[in-house]
Design a protein around this ligand. Sequence first.
Ligand SMILES: Cc1ncc(COP(=O)(O)O)c(C=O)c1O
Length: 442
Amino acid sequence: MAYDRSRALFDRASAVQPGGNTRHMIVFGPPMLYASHGEGCRVTDVDGNVYIDWVNNFSTLIHGYGHRPTIEAVKAQAERMLCCILPAEPEVELAERICARWPGADQVRFMNSGTEAVMVAIKGARALTGRSKVAKSEGGYHGQYDLVEASFLPTAETWGPADRPAAPPFGRGTPQSLLDEAVIFPFNDTAATLAILEDQADHLAAVVIDPIPARLGFSRADPAYLAAIREFCTRRGVVLIFDEVFCGRAGYHGAQGRLGVTPDMTALGKIIGGGLPIGAVAGTRAAMAVFDNLAGPLKISHSGTFTGNPMTMAAGCAALDALTPEAFAQLERQGDALRAGLAAHFEALGLAMRANGLASMTSLQFFREPARNYREFHVRSGSDSLTRMKQLHGLMLEAGVLMATRGLMVGSTAMTDADIAETVDRAGQALARFAEAERIAA
Ligand SMILES: Cc1ncc(COP(=O)(O)O)c(C=O)c1O
């Protein structure tokens, strides 16, 4: 594969963008590959190399590229207007669609990213309760809001006792006063989590949890664990926030529908915007009342220049309309087929690896037994996992498969069964080269 044009673009980018990029999480190489265009489940780079896209802009493009209904909706809306200070009908239509699907959604407010959704949900919870602390699970990713970056990617040097995890900063210079507002609990450990939450109950505004975290390779929270947190939050008047920005694609009724536990607020993003920037906070009527300016003096204000912009709203409606129960069944069946195909390669090649996940979300892991929490995931992955994943990622690219740099693969409805079979076949070539390289290095 030639990468000349990508190399040239990366050189130009390096002069005007630090590191030659504007999103650290997507960085691999150099060279970075620059996209030219996409069609269906395939993306073509500026040098003409074609990849089956298993990232879909970090899960956003659940219908792949060139989804006609979404494109037509965006075109029609662009002709009407790009944005306006007055609200427009698509905003109401998207809110109605979200309320019809997520069990915990009676009402919705929109914003422009998942980061903003988590931030607004937390601010809402603080205003509702008059308390300031926020509990989150160890290692959890909830976007770039610095409070919830506490304990993102901790290591054995920083994570503290297993049953009382520390709240190390992610970014240098994070104020200690902010970290003091973060309460960290161990994912899937009911006794330790409840002990920590009970301890802090009088100070807690919210518990934020991603029920199927991508960062844990889609290890899901036990429904009984979530139910215990739900019971605690109800009893102590703490707002339970599910972060479904990623795992909202777990099914027609979201992750909460699948796992059977309903939060007070849900942070949404990605797929609900049809490929345009989006975030949303959906919640029960009681929780969302905190944003209701008609109910009395406001305890919290929420706006934003591009909030509820009709382009995104129109794209989101078209994308959700095509996400029928049948579409979810297809995504689930193809996800299962991908995981089975990858597992067969691991077995045949003697690789101690696992294809974890559910529905359209798959994670390639360097261990065989499923990890239930952040520490198991981190320790089992091994200290060389970043280097190994970088190598595997490169080999997959050479085999024509684009996956996320940390080994995530998310499907789209644009994929046919033949595309799944082709992916498994191409991944097999990459994995064979990977196994061979590891044998030589050993
Ligand atoms: C679970 C989760 N929460 C929040 C976010 C942040 O969303 P955004 O990147 O749209 O700000 C992400 C993004 O990947 C996510 O996966």
